[in-house]
Design a protein around this ligand. Structure first.
Ligand code: ZN
Length: 315
């Protein structure tokens, strides 16, 4: 059952008019009268002219499956560190008033509900709303981030981790995020920089920290930095080098286990690198914590906010 307060935040992805959530479960746009289906009980709010993701695909019954790592790679050690998420999300949570209801949209929620709800538990007043396009995601709503089905300025915060590299038009999505968040609302974003292709065909781009910063130029920077550094990059690169020799999934899994077991220790260098400017220029992933402001941040200011190691001046 949809929370009444949250259901008021939804809108039609096509015309942005409010939606009618009927008692029999039907969801109908008040203006264009389109009826939106549900999948696993959750609204599927995609416009009918969405060429990549069609509404009809979501009406076929699909069983949710957790993405499983292959049995072989499961036994290998983890080769990435995360220097930021837990710490910065704590900072994120502490920035909201503790005496009023706070609504945070998780764009591209995937399976994050499994740990994010727990992480945000100390902030009892924060309610997380998860959305994703992935049919296997554990979310409150299926939608395309290019056309978020939420009215303007209805969320106090947005969390998006490693999502915008998978969308066709990242600036369109960052504008959508800026649209649904209130003025003064808080954004936490993570984006990969030096990483190999993941998610196969749905992987389109990478960002430096400056590029990441500029993508959200209607947010004032509170904090930014490294999620994983050159140590993580190096292990992934070694793995990618050896995997390039394999043509079968099974061989590639065996190679991964060997490389991960032999080189996992390289990731610990990232704890040493985390505040080193030159390491920032070779980060595996970066984060930005920002506050939504009225006026776009000047590009000049974004250039000045650079925290990497190369003191290049073009003017
Ligand atoms: Zn409509």
């Amino acid at each position: 059952m949809l929370d009444k307060v949250i259901s008021k935040k939804y809108c039609c992805p096509a015309c942005k008019e409010k939606l009618n959530f009927l008692l029999d479960g039907k969801i109908i746009c008040k203006l264009c009268s389109v009826e939106y289906p549900r999948l696993h009980g959750c609204p599927v709010l995609l416009s009918q002219d969405n060429k990549i993701f069609s509404l009809s695909e979501y009406t076929k019954s699909a069983s949710q499956q957790l993405k499983q790592r292959s049995k072989l790679t499961k036994i290998a050690p983890q080769i990435s560190v995360n220097l930021a998420s837990r710490r910065v999300l704590n900072h994120f949570g502490s920035l909201f008033p503790s005496n009023e209801a706070v609504f945070v949209l998780v764009v591209g929620g995937g399976q994050q509900r499994q740990w994010l709800d727990k992480w945000m538990e100390p902030y009892h007043n924060i309610q997380l709303v998860y959305c994703d396009i992935d049919i296997n995601a554990f979310v409150d709503c299926y939608c395309d981030a290019h056309e978020l089905p939420f009215s303007d300025q209805v969320f106090d915060g947005v969390i998006t981790t490693a999502v915008l590299e998978h969308v066709l038009y990242p600036e369109k999505v960052s504008n959508e995020i800026a649209r649904v968040i209130k003025l003064g609302g808080i954004l936490y974003s993570e984006l990969p920089f030096m990483q190999q292709v993941h998610e196969g065909a749905y992987d389109f781009t990478r960002y430096t920290l400056s590029g990441h910063r500029r993508l959200f130029n209607t947010f004032e920077k509170i904090d930014s930095g490294m999620v994983a550094g050159p140590g993580t990059v190096l292990i992934w690169s070694i793995e990618s080098f050896f995997v390039a020799f394999s043509s079968k999934a099974k061989t590639s899994s065996v190679i991964k286990v060997v490389v991960r077991t032999a080189f996992f220790w390289l990731k610990y260098f990232d704890y040493y690198f985390k505040n080193r400017p030159r390491a920032m220029d070779g980060a595996s992933c970066t984060y930005l914590l920002g506050k939504r402001v009225v006026k776009k941040i000047d590009d000049q200011q974004i250039i000045q906010e650079y925290i990497g190691g190369k003191s290049v001046r073009h003017v």
